[in-house]
Design a protein around this ligand. Structure first.
Ligand code: UDP
Ligand code: MG
Length: 312
């Protein structure tokens, strides 16, 4: 049983996988005192990714392969991979060499010091457009504002997770999985390592802007109830304004008469009903938010340590 498993989700990465494995294997060879394994997860690739994985498995006894039935997306490929790590710690790394495998040695050193989650924070990203960098930065900053779980900035999935962090993560079975939020959510001792993100070695990014936008929406909705709350407050404000305006229309009609016949009563009814409806929607929103939290079935808390009274 390995002490450390490197989980590598890959979708159409056939072109760069051999090079990736060569660099990774070199790093794993230098880790003394730690037995390691590599789990390649084929997330429904349409190219020769799986054949390359099998070839690597035949050549290196450390390699295991996991092939998903179709493309489920990176978050689920990661989940499937981590679920298969039943012993020891795990490292999550992209297959495109954007995350340098050499950093794993540093992660391992800190893991041995007792950290549970050691993650790479990007100081820079090479080979990505200004627009992508800008939208990524904006996303991390919005997330920081909205989420109750502080999700670290400029941090991808590249990280090491200790056994207990993995066990905690295994208890989180929500369907809409925003992995980097969940990695942080487990807590324990976390450490950030700053690194320089390289350009993709081969192949192309699987994340179109549309996919990234949906990813951002997933992140915000699964870690924040702010959008629902916003509806509540807009509803309350609008209904208050409608109520005041209704009073004003009514008052004016009572004092100055009713030059346009039927207008004041019509306005009062419309505004009153509109206000009541918005408020009711807001209330439903609040309950929906709670129901949503409940439906996710996250563990209520995770314990770092408990010390019974007495000796030591
Ligand atoms: N990936 C995956 N399934 C997908 C999309 C991506 O397993 O549906 C893998 C991909 O092969 C790579 C990692 O997730 O190892 C990161 O993807 P990519 O490099 O395309 O994302 P970017 O670095 O552009 O954010
Ligand atoms: Mg990449």
């Amino acid at each position: 049983m390995p002490d450390l498993t490197i989980v590598v989700p890959a979708c159409n990465e056939g072109a760069g996988l051999r090079e990736f494995h060569a660099r990774l294997a070199k790093v794993l060879d230098t880790l003394d005192g730690v037995t390691s394994a590599v789990l390649y997860v084929d997330d429904g690739s349409r190219d020769d990714t799986f054949q390359v994985m099998c070839e690597l498995r035949a050549a290196d006894p450390r390699v295991a392969t996991l092939r998903l039935a179709r493309n489920f997306g990176k978050e689920l490929a990661l989940t499937a991979g981590l679920d298969h790590v039943t012993h020891g710690a795990a490292v999550v790394i992209d297959a495109d060499l954007q995350d340098p495998p050499e950093l794993i040695a540093t992660f391992v050193a800190h893991w041995r010091e007792g950290y549970d989650v050691v993650y790479g924070t990007r100081a820079s990203r090479a080979g990505e457009s200004r627009f992508k960098k800008f939208t990524a930065a904006a996303f991390y900053r919005v997330m920081e504002r909205l989420s109750a779980t502080p999700i670290p900035r400029d941090t991808g999935d590249f990280r090491l997770l200790s056994r207990r962090a993995l066990d905690a993560l295994a208890q989180v079975r929500e369907r809409q999985r925003f992995m980097k939020g969940l990695f942080t959510w487990v807590g324990y001792r976390q450490l950030s390592i700053v690194y320089h993100r390289d350009a993709r070695h081969a192949g192309t990014s699987k994340w179109s802007y549309w996919r990234l936008w949906n990813f951002a929406l997933d992140g915000i909705t699964s870690f924040s109830g702010a959008p629902l709350k916003l509806a509540t407050y807009i509803g309350l404000l609008a209904s208050l304004a409608a109520f005041l305006f209704g009073l004003w229309v009514l008052g004016k009609a009572l004092l100055l008469g009713d030059p346009v016949r039927g207008y004041p009563s019509l306005m009062v009814v419309v505004l009153f009903l509109g206000g009541v409806q918005l408020m009711a929607l807001g209330m439903i929103g609040e309950y929906l938010g709670r129901l949503y939290l409940e439906a996710k079935q996250r563990p209520l808390y995770l314990v770092d340590e408990y010390r019974a009274p007495g000796a030591e």
